[in-house]
Ligand binder design. Structure first.
Ligand code: ATP
Ligand code: MG
Length: 397
């Protein structure tokens, strides 16, 4: 048994000793066969959630209604889910009820793609009723069973299909691709939050351009928030080498840049991004526009900060812009800035009031800005005495 499975093997063995069936399932088995880094390790079992909780001293109860108990073992957490089939589906979303069952095969049958519908027992033997291994070899994403039906049950699976294309650099089986082409509209029934999770995984995958081209081919973009744009325009997005980007905020910045989205706030709100994420992207967008128009300046590095500057620079590299600068050089220039925020100034507004004896007003922040600029460009030393001298010489004029 390979390294990451050794600790959770204990969970499987304990369940088996108690008379239940238990297996590793889903993404971890797929990634083991692919020799990819293994993310979370999920376990499926014939034991009911109460029975799982009885066996393990440390559990977290997060999704019991779906049959999931999180077992804490050796400081790691593992989702242990009772074999289940999914009941009726409400409007193409998640099932409205789950039914616990005793058959592993039926549990695997409810899963999205053949490559995600394999299990591994304690001996390391693979249970693969839908030929997932063959699809792994052929690098194919194929739904378990009829694609049309599976997408009608849960339309999010269409987004999952394209995100796996990006993460694994695989293709879609013909039937799976055709069904996405035909039923993309069903995405309208899926919550934005779930779509965003998959879309971001797609952007951060190994081959985002491949997946974006598929989103263009299948016209899925028409059903994504604010992406129902001109087909040519969407197509142009795929022409870039998205792989070079390192943070998902960079991908979002590039996307709104290429699509020339004006109201970025509204765009990202409709994708339900967090305020923190939106702030990050806005900073990068400001930086990108400024540098494309005016070239790099100390002022823009100072305004958007180190991280956003590095991100903007990476996007410039992707866009093959002449403004792209060696990253070490950029970091050096940034580190050599005399100040990195207003807080670093050796004086504050209060000092200005005392020195001038004037009443407060908008002039204070204006003057601070002027001082900030002069210090930034080394025209004024960042010491109380030199700034004071300069302020007093100004007020004498
Ligand atoms: P990752 O490495 O990104 O975690 P994963 O395959 O483990 O990929 P998860 O979202 O963690 O993906 O889901 C775990 C497993 O649950 C999948 O491998 C699949 O078997 C099943 N699954 C997840 N979402 C769905 C869905 N919408 N429909 C059917 N099965 C699903
Ligand atoms: Mg997973």
């Amino acid at each position: 048994m390979k390294e990451p499975f050794i600790h959770p093997l204990y969970i499987i063995e304990k369940l088996e000793t108690a008379g239940y069936e238990a297996y590793f399932v889903g993404g971890a088995v797929r990634d083991l066969i692919l020799n990819r880094t293994i993310g979370d390790i999920d376990i499926a079992t014939s034991a009911r959630p109460e029975q799982v909780m009885e066996l393990f001293p440390k559990t977290i109860h997060v999704g019991i209604e779906h049959g999931t108990v999180v077992v804490v073992h050796e400081n790691e957490t593992y989702e242990v889910t009772t074999f289940r089939s999914e009941g009726e589906y409400d409007d193409f979303r998640r099932p409205s009820s789950v039914t616990f069952i005793s058959s592993l095969i039926e549990d695997l049958q409810r899963r999205d793609f053949t490559i995600n519908a394999m299990a591994m027992n304690a001996k390391g033997e693979i249970i693969d009723p839908f030929n997932g291994r063959e699809d792994l070899r052929n690098q194919l994403i194929r739904t378990v069973g009829n694609a049309k039906e599976r997408f009608h049950e849960d339309a999010l699976r269409m987004m999952r299909a394209v995100r796996f294309v990006s993460q694994l650099a695989f293709s879609l089986s013909d039937q799976t691709k055709r069904a996405i082409q035909q039923y993309g509209e069903l995405l309208r029934h899926v919550s934005i939050e779930r779509i965003t999770v998959e879309f971001e995984k797609m952007l951060s995958g190994k081959r985002p351009s491949l997946a974006l081209a598929l989103v263009a081919d299948t016209e899925l973009y028409r059903y994504l928030p604010q992406l129902n744009v001109d087909p040519q325009k969407f197509r142009s997005v795929c022409a870039h080498d998205w792989m070079m980007l390192q943070r998902v905020s960079e991908s979002w910045t590039l996307l709104v840049h290429l699509l020339d989205i004006q109201d970025k706030q509204a765009f990202f709100k409709s994708w339900k991004l967090s305020n923190k994420q939106i702030k990050d992207i806005q900073l990068q967008s400001i930086g990108l526009r400024d540098v494309l128009e005016n070239g790099w300046s100390k002022r823009i590095m100072y305004t958007i900060g180190e991280q956003a500057s590095v991100s903007v620079n990476r996007i410039l590299q992707l866009l093959r812009s002449n403004e792209y600068m060696n990253e070490h050089e950029l970091l050096y220039i940034y580190s050599e800035l005399p100040i990195h925020s207003l807080k670093d100034l050796d004086i504050n507004g209060q000092d200005l009031l005392v020195w001038t004896g004037k009443k407060g007003g908008p002039w204070v922040s204006q003057l601070l800005k002027e001082i900030e600029e002069k210090v930034l460009y080394n025209e004024l030393m960042n010491t109380k005495s030199s700034i004071r001298k300069w302020v007093q010489s100004c007020s004498q004029i």
